[in-house]
Structures are given as structure tokens and as C-alpha cells.
Write a protein that binds this ligand. Structure first.
Ligand code: SF4
Length: 289
């Protein structure tokens, strides 16, 4: 059985010292091992941004896509081989800005993906512009007079479109993050994990010290993740001074892949040899590799 170390590769991260992405990276490796997965069973898909470098630093299958587009690419991969555990590693800009419609569609289809959002409430890689989760009045280089936009509420949004696994975690609470990610990786269907991730360089206002006294664990507060009304109430009423982390909702419903007859009857497409043209593949390989 793999350990977290088995997901190490020799590439060293270029993240700023103290960045919340380090804990997420460690959390992912530990959760993958805890979920009983081996590197060859995992596909990590990034978009563009600091968050999306995580696949480069992890020993597993990986794909770097376009800004805002990791979700449809991840779902394409899942449809080609639904035996893989497919995980999107993207930021709040990628997921709640450019790729928002992809998130909504993946959730309402219950696509077999985990969508991990490193939510630092700013565009970090491009050096500090307000993002879809920045608060109103937030001053950045692109909003010198303060952002006019109301921020997205990712938890309420995911609940509203029928998300079967909707969670929030905090990169300053590694043990809890590992637990939430393990549950997400083993969930059958689409899992959204919104992770509060301090960007120490461009968004020091939302730091570890800001979040630590505010977060509390839903599991310790007795929240029942099958109770939609309770999840909705929490998502709408608690933010700012009191921030719940944990699984808001988890229910079991048929996944998109299970509802597709060609997959449910025949197994993963990559193993259905009648769809596989060895000669065409050899020509493609010759051309592109
Ligand atoms: Fe992390 Fe922000 Fe640095 Fe990017 S810019 S690596 S998010 S601290």
C-alpha cells in the first residue's frame, strides 16, 4: 500500500515561503495514501495559477490545461478511463471566474471528479488582482478604488446546483484537511472542496492569523451532512467572524459515468478494445510525441 512519500517526485515547489499551498500539497499526498490509492491510479489536472502547479510536484499522472478549463478536461479524462481517481487542482479565479459554468455543470451532472479550489481570494500568480471571492471594497492593482463585485459564495452555489459532496477546509488545519480530502477522494460523484489558502505575498489580510480564531469544525459541532436545510442555513449565515469548515453535504446519487450505458455496460473506454484503433494511435504518437 502506498504511503504519502510514494507521491513525492524530485521537482521542488516554487511557491513563496509560507504559502498555504504547501499544506494543501502535503494534505493531498497524505489523503491519497489514506484513501488507499497508488500513484498510477491518480490523475491530477491543473489550470493556470499557483494552485495549478501542484500536479507538477506530485508523483501521479498529471495534466496542465488552460486557465479556467481544468474541469472539462478532467471530465474528458474521467470519461475515457473512469477507473482513475481524477482530481482538479485549481484556484478561485480558475474555478469561480473563468471556469464557473464548468463547475456548475460538473456538479449538476455529478461527474466523478474531486474539484479542489485553493481559495486565496486573489489572483496570486499574476501578482495581485481581485478575484471572484474578494470582498466588496477590496483594493488591488485592478481595483484601486475597491472592488464593486459581490463575492461568490461557493458553498451555497454548489448546494444550489445539487452538489453531492460540498466541503470547505483550511490549509492551516492539516489534520482536518487530510480528513476532508480523503472523504472527497473516496466519494462516488462530484466533490467540491473549497480550501481557504492564505496567499502570504499578495493577500496578507486573509492570513493564517485571520482565519485561525474564526474557523470551527462542522464535525465537532454535530452537523449532519445529509441535512440539506442545515447545510444551506450554514452556507448562508456563517461567514466572516465565524467560518465553518468540514463537509456541509454528502449524499450518494448515481454518477454521470454510471448513468452512461456505454461505460456502465462496457467498462472504461480505454479498455474497450473495439473502440481502439492501434494503427491510428501509432500514427498519432508518431506525429505528436
Ligand atoms: Fe502562494 Fe501567493 Fe506566493 Fe502564489 S503568490 S505562491 S498563492 S503566496
Amino acid at each position: 500500500m502506498a504511503t504519502a512519500k510514494d507521491f513525492d517526485n524530485p521537482v521542488r515547489p516554487t511557491w513563496c515561503s509560507g504559502c498555504g499551498n504547501y499544506a494543501i500539497w502535503n494534505g493531498v499526498k497524505r489523503a491519497l495514501a489514506q484513501a488507499g490509492l497508488e500513484p498510477h491510479q491518480v490523475m491530477l489536472v491543473g489550470g493556470i495559477g499557483c494552485s495549478s502547479k501542484l500536479p507538477d510536484y506530485t508523483r501521479a499522472n498529471g495534466f496542465t490545461s488552460l486557465h479556467g478549463r481544468p474541469i472539462p478536461i478532467a471530465h474528458g479524462i474521467k470519461l475515457a478511463n473512469h477507473d482513475l481517481t481524477v482530481i482538479v487542482s485549481a484556484g478561485d479565479g480558475d474555478t469561480y471566474g473563468l471556469g464557473l459554468s464548468h463547475l456548475i455543470n460538473a456538479l449538476r451532472r455529478n461527474a466523478g471528479l474531486t474539484i479542489m479550489v485553493h481559495n486565496n481570494r486573489i489572483y496570486g500568480l499574476t501578482k495581485g488582482q481581485y478575484s471572484p471571492t474578494s470582498p466588496v471594497g477590496f483594493r488591488t492593482k485592478t481595483s484601486p478604488a475597491g472592488s464593486l463585485d459581490a463575492p461568490i459564495n461557493p458553498i451555497a452555489l454548489a448546494l444550489a446546483v445539487g452538489g453531492t459532496f460540498v466541503a470547505r477546509a483550511f490549509s492551516g488545519d492539516l489534520a482536518h484537511l487530510v480528513d476532508v480530502l480523503t472523504r472527497a477522494f473516496t466519494h462516488r460523484g462530484c466533490a467540491l472542496v473549497d480550501i481557504l489558502q492564505p496567499c502570504v505575498t499578495f493577500n496578507p489580510g486573509f492570513s493564517y492569523d485571520y482565519y485561525r480564531p474564526r474557523v470551527y469544525r462542522l464535525e465537532e459541532a454535530g452537523h449532519d451532512p445529509t441535512d440539506f436545510a442545515a447545510a444551506w442555513r450554514l452556507a448562508q449565515s456563517e461567514w466572516g467572524e465565524r467560518v465553518p469548515i468540514g463537509v456541509f453535504r454528502q449524499v450518494q446519487q448515481p454518477t454521470y459515468e454510471e448513468r452512461l450505458p456505454v461505460l456502465s455496460a462496457g467498462g472504461p473506454l480505454v479498455k474497450q478494445m473495439r473502440l481502439w484503433d492501434e494503427a491510428a494511435y501509432a500514427r498519432l504518437r508518431e506525429k505528436f510525441i
